[in-house]
Design a protein around this ligand. Structure first.
Ligand SMILES: [Zn+2]
Length: 48
């Protein structure tokens, strides 16, 4: 088992999702369609 797999298994129950603005890099932990800092709609979604 590699490191990424064991890490994913560790965090599996939590369902960690992070949203990050592609323009300014602001992050949010709740689902958002618009950046709270710069108003950009280019939001990246990370889940692990
Ligand atoms: Zn932004």
């Amino acid at each position: 088992m590699n490191v990424l797999e064991s890490l994913r298994e560790l965090l599996d129950g939590d369902g960690v999702v992070l949203y990050e603005c592609r323009r300014c890099g602001a992050t949010a932990s709740t689902e958002t369609v618009e950046c709270c800092r710069c108003g950009s709609s280019e939001i990246a979604r990370y889940e692990w």
